[in-house]
Design a protein around this ligand. Structure first.
Ligand SMILES: [Zn+2]
Length: 170
């Protein structure tokens, strides 16, 4: 399993046991390259979903990729890996319940943002900053302000509307 932090291909399994709900195998892993620690869950995938990217490209929905992006966003935050796993389960269930076999990437991205917001403010901002693909720090400061996470100044900036379309979605 590839390290989500540095991309090293070979990581070590330190511990392996069933997850809380018994439906997955939980493995704690260590990256020998950067020392990063992360947890993976191996489970059966029930349904194939296709993601339609903004570029028009279609890719299979990749649960592991989703977990990796959330793991990176929550790095060194007090977030239990089991909570991330439950959050991703919830997202996948929601995606499946939409009854579509093909979904636009922003549908997934917005769902992740919504879930992260209730999980951890810092992780949410980290994810949002990548997801929204901020090009200007002004955009980012205004975003923080709108979310009640930033400074109260800068109100007189008449910046353009945020592009509501997705950037690099997970
Ligand atoms: Zn690493």
């Amino acid at each position: 399993m590839r390290c989500p932090f540095c991309g090293e291909a070979e990581t070590q399994v330190k511990d392996s046991r069933p997850s809380e709900d018994g439906a997955a195998i939980r493995r704690r892993r260590l990256c020998p390259e950067c020392g990063g620690r992360f947890t993976t869950f191996e489970r059966v995938q029930l349904r194939e979903l296709t993601i339609l990217k903004r570029s028009g490209r279609r890719v299979p929905f990749d649960r592991e990729k989703l977990v990796r992006s959330i793991t990176v966003a929550t790095r060194k935050r007090p977030v239990d890996p089991e909570r991330i796993e439950r959050m991703v389960n919830g997202i996948v269930r929601q995606l499946e319940s939409l009854g579509e076999t093909e979904l636009a990437s922003h549908v997934v991205g917005e769902m992740v943002m919504k879930s992260l917001k209730s999980l951890d403010d810092v992780a949410y901002v980290r994810y949002a900053s990548v997801y929204r693909d901020f090009r200007q720090t002004e955009d980012f400061a205004r975003f923080l302000s709108e979310e009640g996470l930033g400074e109260e100044d800068g109100r007189d900036h008449e910046a353009p509307e945020l592009d509501p379309s997705p950037g690099r979605a997970a």
